[in-house]
Write a protein that binds this ligand. Structure first.
Ligand SMILES: Cc1cc2nc3c(=O)[nH]c(=O)nc-3n(C[C@H](O)[C@H](O)[C@H](O)COP(=O)(O)OP(=O)(O)OC[C@H]3O[C@@H](n4cnc5c(N)ncnc54)[C@H](O)[C@@H]3O)c2cc1C
Length: 628
């Protein structure tokens, strides 16, 4: 076996991940841990300052209710999420996050985040729920608060440690194992409670950007399905694994469209068909009641554009020049004021990208695009798993104690595995939490986990030394496989004794793209394709046993692809189980092309049994909050 030191860390609460949810969890848990003499430990595969989906900064906080000013209520938010997810959401969780989210935003401001305000000191809104920020350093600010809180409580932070596998016994989580991506160290974290907050998954499907653009995607490349892998392998019940997210973004550099639609009030059109939201309006009746209510769900907006693309009417365009001209129009009689306004709008347009998707600014520059002069192409991206945004995949977690929800079996945000909590992308069926709601949910989970430790006082984990050795061998196996066989051929990338991570990733993405409704299949699939996809996935799983890594970086890549593979399998099984099309625009079951409210107005949950290796698929009723 590769010569790695084993480092054992004992803690009360282990937080896995360093993104928005993990930082929220750390900030809150540290406060309560200090009061109760408990130790918390946070571990991130990257460095907290710039890790996760907010790494590059954002230009808007997407969930802020403004409760103190009477702008919105948590009930309003529940209605909004219910509508956007075509009726399927955990309203108890959505409500719980909504009633706490504003306080996370107020904390961000207190910690130094610049939130735009108007002349009356009110936050500037981009849309009903969003507030505009100078967000280049958003993640650094949130991370700093989390780091200070952990330090103050005497906790520990491990950066650049990749968590691979949960430690579980008798349906109780006892911590996790992983390895340093910089040093030859194998880590064993033994914990009395664990929060998983390792984000969603990208590059499960073949991206549009292949070849020279490989790696570029809407979703940042750091999150690779570790939350889903961790919870599935722990034996936790999962939910909404079919509810992937496909954003429509500026084509090829994936620049955000929110500011264009909401702030600039731009139109989107297809070159051959015109404004598809108008010309295809009739189609919305087929998806009633959701298609006929406002706001129109994100997947249906995607779908109307896709219908034009399918009909050969593309490309799709964002009419940036038209929107800017309209906004500047009121200054047209004053040339000086007009010029000033145009400059201001141009700066805002570029800054939107420079804040969070610099590559889109590069692409505009490379293609001589001046947004005030000509439109820009937009397109539906490849599918992603991001349960905190407009997708909903994640673990099935216990609901808030004070609500009459039927989903209660333990402390709030605990999965069906004892002592294992989930937040952010890791917790399912509570979409539209975004950066602020993920932080708020992290805080909820952090407090809940400490309360579990104090009230239930679970014993310190006892894990057999032989089990740890077995896991160490498994985690490091790709390095051993490479060492053992690397001299068999002259070119280490071609060897009959092993496969490299890139081979496995290409194969996984091909399976998902062609059988599970990816970009090249125009997001369509059916029973036969899905069953064939599962068959091919089985071969991939067998071949992955022979995955090889030449160094630590490769070892991380190997485990990333294995994590993605489990996310992929849960996805295929869930789309296959749900015999209807509920979210056209995200995926389309061509053999069940309609929504079926009678039989499928329910959650699809699944569970992998660690003892038998079998998957169980199940339906769960949707509970609506009384009076909402
Ligand atoms: C492109 C894009 C644009 C967005 N725009 C906005 C916006 O404008 N406004 C807004 O409010 N929200 C926005 N969001 C949503 C917001 O970024 C997410 O909701 C939020 O980051 C989710 O928080 P999280 O903690 O679950 O995941 P993340 O913040 O992504 O954090 C995941 C963490 O897990 C770590 N990790 C992953 N795997 C492992 C592993 N194996 N071991 C250890 N650590 C691991 C990562 O390093 C990272 O620290 C956007 C998201 C995306 C992807």
């Amino acid at each position: 076996m590769a010569n790695f030191e084993t480092v054992e860390v004992n803690t009360d609460l282990l937080i896995i991940g360093g993104g928005m949810a993990a930082c929220g969890a750390a900030t809150e848990a540290a406060y309560w841990a200090k009061k109760n003499g408990l130790k918390i430990t946070l571990v991130d595969k990257a460095a907290l300052d710039r890790s996760g989906a907010v790494a590059q900064g954002l230009s808007a906080i997407n969930q802020y209710l403004g409760i103190k000013n009477g702008e919105n209520t948590p009930e309003d938010y529940v209605r909004y999420v219910r509508q956007d997810l075509m009726g399927i959401s955990r309203e108890d969780l959505v409500f719980n996050i909504a009633r706490h989210v504003d306080s996370s935003v107020h904390l961000f401001e207190k910690w130094g985040l610049r939130i735009w305000t108007d002349e009356n000191g009110k936050y500037v809104r981009e849309g009903r729920w969003q507030v505009m920020i100078n967000g280049e350093s958003y993640k650094i600010i949130v991370a700093e608060a989390a780091k200070n809180a952990i330090q103050d409580a005497g906790g520990e932070i491990f950066e650049r440690v990749f968590i691979v596998e949960p430690l579980v016994e008798n349906n109780r989580c006892l911590g996790a194992v992983g390895f340093s991506v910089r040093e030859n160290k194998f880590y064993v974290f033994k914990a009395r409670a664990t929060i998983i907050a390792a984000g969603g998954a990208v590059h499960v499907f073949r991206p549009r950007s292949v070849g020279e653009g490989f790696g570029r995607s809407w979703y940042p490349p750091f999150n690779t399905g570790s939350s889903a892998y961790f919870t599935i392998r722990a034996g936790a019940e999962m939910t909404c694994q079919e509810v992937r997210f496909i954003p429509v973004r500026f084509k090829d550099a994936y620049g955000p469209v929110g500011a264009w639609f909401l702030l600039f009030k731009s139109r989107a059109v297809s070159a051959g068909g015109g404004e598809y939201m108008v010309t295809r309006k009739e189609e919305l009746k087929n998806w009633a009641p959701y298609g006929l209510a406002k706001p129109i769900p994100a997947n249906l907006r995607n779908y109307l554009g896709q219908l034009d693309v399918d009909a050969g009417l593309g490309p799709l365009y964002m009419m940036t020049h038209e929107a800017i001209a309209k906004l500047a129009e009121e200054y047209k009689d004053d040339p000086k004021a007009f010029k000033k306004k145009m400059k201001e709008l141009e700066a805002e347009a570029w800054e939107d990208f420079l804040d969070m998707t610099i590559s889109q600014a590069h692409l505009w520059a490379a293609q001589n695009i001046r947004p005030e002069e000509k439109p820009s192409e937009i397109a539906a991206c490849e599918p992603y798993f991001i349960g905190s945004h407009s997708g909903a995949s994640g673990a099935w977690v216990s609901g808030p104690e004070d609500l009459p929800t039927p989903y209660k079996w333990g402390p709030v945000n605990m999965t069906t595995v004892e002592g294992l909590f989930a937040a952010g992308d890791a917790s399912g069926a509570s979409p539209h939490k975004f950066s602020s709601g993920s932080h708020a949910e992290g805080r909820i989970a952090g407090k809940s986990a400490i309360r579990y430790l104090v009230e239930q006082n679970p014993p310190a984990p006892q894990v057999d030394a032989s089990k740890i050795e077995e896991l160490k061998k498994k985690v490091l196996q790709p390095l051993d496989t490479f060492e053992q066989h690397k001299d068999y051929s002259t070119d280490p990338t071609v060897n009959p004794n092993y496969v490299l991570w890139r081979h496995c990733l290409d194969r996984l993405q091909k399976i998902m793209d062609e059988y599970a409704g990816g970009v090249t299949m125009a997001f369509k699939t059916n029973k036969h394709l899905l069953e064939r996809g599962l068959e091919l996935m089985q071969f991939l799983k067998e071949d992955v046993e022979k995955i090889a890594a030449k160094d630590l970086h490769d070892l991380m890549r190997c485990w990333e692809v294995i994590h993605r593979m489990w996310q992929a399998e849960a996805h295929i099984r869930s789309i296959l189980f749900r015999e209807e099309t509920r979210w056209p625009g995200y995926y389309f079951r061509a053999d069940f092309p309609k929504m079926d409210e009678d039989n499928w107005h329910c959650f699809v949950n699944c569970k992998w049994n660690p003892e038998t290796g079998e998957w169980e698929m199940m339906k769960k009723d949707v509970w609506n909050m009384p009076g909402v």
